[in-house]
Design a protein. Structure first.
Length: 118
């Protein structure tokens, strides 16, 4: 059974940085796409960043509003995916969810809250 556990969220001032981590277990992840979604209160869940197996952070896909501020990376040996978030803005406030796409379905973590204060 796939399990994803996020960490690294918290309260940060606008302009600050946070690094989210996601630890995966339960299956072989090396060939899967991994990434991050977020959901703000009253809003739909949106894809923030995704990275395929063998991709570099530069080749990853990003939501337009976070490109050049956020960087996704993965460590296949450790079954980890990360999201480095710099120059955070109030509108980045949301619950951030790690996911894995195994080709059949998306598996989700429980999420970690990121709150950006002005």
């Amino acid at each position: 059974q796939v399990q994803l556990v996020e960490s690294g969220g918290g309260l940060v001032q606008a302009g600050g940085s946070l690094r989210l981590s996601c630890a995966a277990s339960g299956t072989t992840f090396m060939s899967y796409t991994m990434g991050w979604y977020r959901q703000a209160p009253g809003m739909a869940r949106e894809l923030v960043a995704s990275i395929g197996f063998g991709w570099s952070s530069a080749n990853a896909d990003y939501l337009a509003s976070v490109k050049d501020r956020f960087t996704i990376s993965r460590d296949n040996a450790k079954n980890m995916v990360y999201l480095q978030m710099n120059s955070l803005k109030n509108e980045d406030t949301a619950v951030y969810y790690c996911y894995i796409d195994d080709g059949n379905r998306l598996h989700w973590g429980r999420g970690t809250q990121v709150t950006v204060s002005s």
